[in-house]
Ligand binder design. Sequence first.
Ligand code: HAM
Length: 417
Amino acid sequence: MEIKAIRGFNDILPDEIGKWQFVEKTAREVFEGFGFTEIRIPILERTELFSRGIGEATDIVEKEMYTFADRSGNSLTLRPEATASMARAYLEHQLYNYDSMAKLYCMGPMFRYERPQKGRYRQFYQIDSEVFGVENPMVDAELIIMLIHFLKTVGLDKLELQVNTLGDRTCRPKYREGLKKYLEGKAFQLCEDCKRRIETNPLRVLDCKVETCKQAIADAPKVTDFICSECQKHFDSVKEYLGAAGLSYIINPRMVRGLDYYTRTAFEVVSYQLGSQNAVAGGGRYDNLFQEIGGKEIPGIGFAIGMERLISLLPEGKEFSKYPDLFVAALGEAPFKEASRIVNQLHLEGVRAELDYEGKSLKSQMRRADKLKARYTLILGEEELKRGKAVVRNMGTKSQEEIPIGNLLDIVKQKIL
Ligand code: HAM
């Protein structure tokens, strides 16, 4: 039986990779321009990092983690997100000793056992940015400005920025209670999961996609009805900074985000071209996460972009693939040896050069050069070689000229590099 990839796990094939590399390269350039530095974290962590960090009563921890015991019986989990791991690394290596503020980004695969559909996979890639150590709302806005700037730089517009505040340890419990009371009166309309959530995590009900639950929450109290003055002040400042930067946004009081660590600012960037999985990026502030995972009281804020969703939105028509700069077509034994020498030399100079290894006819070599979309072809025959010459053909314009092989490198550099 032919072995296939696991459901929800995708291969990224050579003809798609150009887009991925473009997005990753742009992210590095933009984020580093904003003062962020890359950090690489492990794919496996101790399970309690996520259960404590993300929250026991979230969907991710309750039913979506890839958790298993290793050979020594330790419970390990494939990371479902990067924030908790980045916070762990920051604490473990005491990065706060170097500077009380850290601006970090990372990219790579995350794993969630969700039901796969378009835009939702079990292995998916995120680009993640975090700022640790600053409570000032100016940073919330700066991070959102960077996110929008990045999305515009890769060519995405027609996006909607949604913001909300989720309160803090003072006011969120009051909201939770108010919401709980409201939901108890609507329990008959709620799905089984949401009935359970009334007790365990009533805010999650606001996130439910089931139609009857959506109807049930239509008149639910809003977090802004319960917000304390400190949180309100923080939220007002964030909005003011966003306005000053010329960013348009809408306030979505129903946005609660799927992870429990959030406090105060929460935001999502959605695209109505994406169907039901419409969030391209999401993030927010999490001033209690560090304490939850056993550290100091350190504020943090960040976001993650879903790469598959972002890539599916990239504008058509832009060319991302890489093609050979030069295809060397050789006919006969001596020309073939010379072709091999030339190609090796060009590779060392950073020229994408290809040749035929199978002694095929000139016609079939030219066909392959065409198929590979080579920009130029160098044709080497016995006759030309004896005269120290070769023919260069521009595959686009079809024009060709004879050149001395001795000058090939200079000519190629001039034409191609
Ligand atoms: P999240 O909202 O769970 O947040 O994920 C962020 C983004 O990852 C989503 O908006 C979506 O584009 C993408 N994503 C999530 N799950 C899937 C999936 N199963 N398949 C494809 N794409 C997916 C977080 O993960 C937080 N750690 C973000 C954050 C960073 N908050 C603060 N700092």
